[in-house]
Design a protein around this ligand. Sequence first.
Ligand code: PRP
Length: 197
Amino acid sequence: MALLDDIDEVLIPEEALKARIRELGQRISTDYAGKEPLLVAILTGAVLFTSDLLRQISIPCQLDFIATSSYGEQVDSSGVVRILKDLNQSIEGRHVIVVDDIIDTGLTMDYLLETLKTRYPASLKVCALLDKLPRRRRFVPIDYRGFEIPDRFVVGYGLDYAGRYRNLPFICVLKTQVYGQAPAIQTQTPAGRSAPA
Ligand code: PRP
């Protein structure tokens, strides 16, 4: 079975991603000239975006990873976020840019920003490839934004459904039958990504 058979519609093609990420890299290179920013990528979805973004940054910069576990609305309306894997280094005095593939409800980024703020970074900014504003529950200041997208469950370029489709080189929507029922009830969180019972 080919992954492409499951795709209903490509929302953001590969070339558009490349062009936008080049722009973001150039902006970061300009804004942080003379500094050495630390990019903090949120595992796992941000891996592809971050690796391409890094290669578009022309100034010295460093990379670290953090992993979170969040719970979708269907499981826990409090939106609890936990850190599963913390950074390998101190961020005190560092210029930190938190990088994620998508801001959906904003719960993950809001929690991380509040947590990282307590560690005395010199500055703390957000870079997100996708901004799904219609579902926002917490305000998140996005300093570097790739694309605004509608309230649709998207996969590809790092984003998964049930662990699959991260390797697609574009952002797309899956055919309804892939989910077994309408994807509209799903959230961009692990709980929502599990196949509906
Ligand atoms: C996704 C995404 C963001 C988060 C956004 O990660 O990568 O980190 O959800 O959702 P929110 O704005 O509603 O908090 P997920 O927890 O699904 O893990 P993954 O990156 O490993 O797929």
